[in-house]
Design a protein around this ligand. Structure first.
Ligand SMILES: Nc1ncnc2c1ncn2[C@@H]1O[C@H](COP(=O)(O)OP(=O)(O)O)[C@@H](O)[C@H]1O
Ligand SMILES: [Mg+2]
Length: 382
């Protein structure tokens, strides 16, 4: 695997001040004032020459401000030390009651206009109620296992707060190229990959507020040149927050795969996630039980660390497919930390087989979904 080499343009690092100066030189066509004095600049992130600017603007003005954004991008990109610049427009919302809190109420509940990339056939979300259950690990290995079926697969890391894919796929520090104004996904182990983590520094605190998250996500979905994909696997942040709402309302999701560990509490959280996706009419493709049991590497004895099988029962209770279980195995973590998820690192091993079985279940569910949808002729996944 040879990731695109990092653009070495950054000799003098760019500063917040120089970006602000550029923005001060821009003019809102309606008021004739600059975005800084209008109070629109919600955030500027600098990471190794990749600049992201979030502008919070009145919702009705957003479409008319696209040219201003493009011009700001061009001007910032021309600064010394800048490799790429994205200007993200987000809608101004009424300030939440608690200052500094995430935006809470006042959301649309209807489906918005679709922003799904045109060449992408199916978008599936990998979700869970809480963090640390292995969502990202599952997303990466599921994507690889789907690719093993001969499908062209993209992996979109939508975890704005804690992106995992740069490290998990061995792409930490690599920056995407911009070609014809569009971000090019990176390639790893045969997958096309995009993550907010490619645009920000790993240890930079991500203080995106709710509306900014949505803006950044939408921009990534819209401005990334995904090309033609059979499936895009989306690694979601934990919980049922803004990202979940954005993804389920603005993108036509083929379905969600819910990951859970066997502990009851995690299952309760998984139920919450399930209910959330049901509420917004996203089909549940099935449940995966991760860290399900432990096999002793020395003697092969199988230990049920937690009461095993809860996800299967939950799936039965909720009337959705149970896709399979993945054991707790150090190799799964070690390989992911080393940038080679287990399906790529040990394709002949038992864990790769387990992920391929889950991928088969997902492909079957996607086939079933295409069969019922009155859509264009569909390819078969199984
Ligand atoms: N089946 C597994 N066996 C061992 N370690 C795992 C397994 N699944 C995930 N992990 C490890 O657990 C941690 C959390 O997993 P991650 O996929 O980042 O969770 P999430 O995305 O839900 O927060 C990571 O260190 C990962 O390597
Ligand atoms: Mg994660």
């Amino acid at each position: 695997m040879a990731p695109p080499s990092k653009d070495e343009a950054s000799k003098t690092p760019v500063t917040q001040d120089s970006v602000t100066m550029v923005l001060r030189g821009m003019r809102d066509p309606e008021t004739g004032r600059d975005p800084v004095s209008l109070g629109w600049v919600a955030g500027v992130s600098l990471a190794d020459g990749a600049v992201t600017v979030a502008l919070e603007v009145p919702p009705a003005r957003a479409p008319a401000l696209e040219p201003l954004c493009r011009e700001a991008e061009a001007r910032v990109a021309a600064l010394p030390g800048v490799n790429a610049c994205r200007v993200v427009l987000t809608a101004q919302r009424p300030a939440p009651a608690a200052a500094g809190g995430r935006a809470a109420g006042g959301r649309d509940t209807g489906k918005g206009t679709g922003i799904a990339p045109p060449g992408v056939r199916h978008i599936i979300a990998v979700a869970s109620g809480k963090g640390g259950v292995g969502k990202s690990t599952t997303a990466a290995n599921l994507a690889l296992a789907l690719a093993d079926r001969g499908l062209s697969v993209g992996l979109f890391d939508a975890d704005i707060y804690g992106p995992s894919m740069p490290r998990m796929l061995g792409l930490a520090g690599v920056r995407p190229q911009v070609v014809n104004d569009r971000l090019q996904p990176l390639r790893a182990h045969g997958l096309s990959v995009m993550s907010i983590g490619f645009l920000i520094d790993e240890d930079e605190p991500v203080v995106w507020r709710g509306p900014m998250v949505m803006g950044a996500l939408e921009q990534l979905l819209r401005d990334v040149d995904w090309g033609v994909l059979d499936v895009m696997v989306v690694d979601m942040p934990p919980g049922t927050g803004d990202t979940q709402l954005t993804m389920s309302q603005r993108v036509t999701l083929a379905g969600a795969v819910i990951v859970s560990t066997p502990q009851d509490i995690a299952l309760l959280d998984a139920r919450k996630g399930l209910a959330m996706f049901r509420r917004v009419n996203v089909p549940i493709l099935g449940l995966v039980e991760n860290m399900s049991y432990h096999v002793c590497p020395k003697c092969g004895h199988r230990e049920e660390v937690f009461a095993h099988g809860g996800a299967r029962r939950t799936a039965e209770d909720m009337g959705c497919p149970f896709l399979g279980d993945i054991p707790l195995d150090m190799r799964i973590r070690v390989q992911a930390d080393a940038g080679r998820p287990i399906v790529a690192a040990e394709p002949e091993g038992p864990h790769a087989a387990a992920y391929r079985a889950i991928a088969a279940g997902v492909a079957e569910a996607l086939d079933a979904a295409s069969a019922t949808a009155p859509a264009a002729p569909s390819i078969r996944f199984t």
